[in-house]
Design a protein around this ligand. Sequence first.
Ligand SMILES: [Mg+2]
Length: 312
Amino acid sequence: MTDLQDRLRGIAVGAAVGDALGMPLEFHPPRAEYERVSEMLDGPLPAGCFTDDTEMALALAESLLAASPLDAHDLIGRFVIWYRSHPEDIGIHTSAVLAKIDAGVPVTEAVRQVQALEPDSAGNGSLMRAWPIAIARHNNESLLAAETHIQSEITHAHPDCTNGSLLFNLILYHLLHSSEHSTDAALRLAITRAVDQVSLGEDFAVVVNLAPLRQAVDLKNSGWVCHTIESALWAVQTTRSFEEALVRVVNLGNDADTAGAVAGAIAGALYGLSHIPQRWRQAVHGEYPIRTGKLWFEQDFIQLADRLAALE
Ligand SMILES: [Mg+2]
């Protein structure tokens, strides 16, 4: 296995592992150092199960495999089918938009109507599912940027959402191509380059730049896209392994599964699949499409990453 292949696979498996590890901690308060969770536990779903973060990413991944470059109509169709399958976990904003689209409201109008209810709302729903594009477009930065924007706008058109998704995928892109020997340097350079390429609002840029200097108690880890990016960047920049980064981020509680998925993809691209703990790789699983009996295990995520990476 090449180093690049290990990193590409690390993104897919890392995101699913982070989602599953965070699943039982979602909506819970942060956990103190002495009571930190580091194993897959039962929660609303059985131990090791991934949630909507990974399900929506799988919808995006399968859409890319069916139609490349990304066909927004195909992706919308898959999101609506997923919405109709009554997922256990679904974001409030995503649910509201998909309900309108399912009722026949045109996509841009559906997004506009939901956004108008809370103009400043900028959730992490399009960030959490964006990673399949980073794998598929690991050699095509301009297509990566265009498709990342499109996938976000379907449900989350706020600039912080499109920018947050783009920042995330560009960080993954630069990590995949890093030739730095130290993970610290690789991460620092990838984040710097990505920040330079995205027109983040001033507040968002401050959040990103200060993330590694934060203390756990400062991190709210809410469903706001800026908080998720902040938590994920804090976790990977203040630790030295995939395991340590993921344990740190999910124990922030609150939107633990989404922060876990985002940090998992970044740490997966940084360290590679081979550095994801075996016990987590063996435990992660889930059903997609929901209620079809089709189960996903580590090997399926590896195959998915290989197929996405071969698209170019
Ligand atoms: Mg979730």
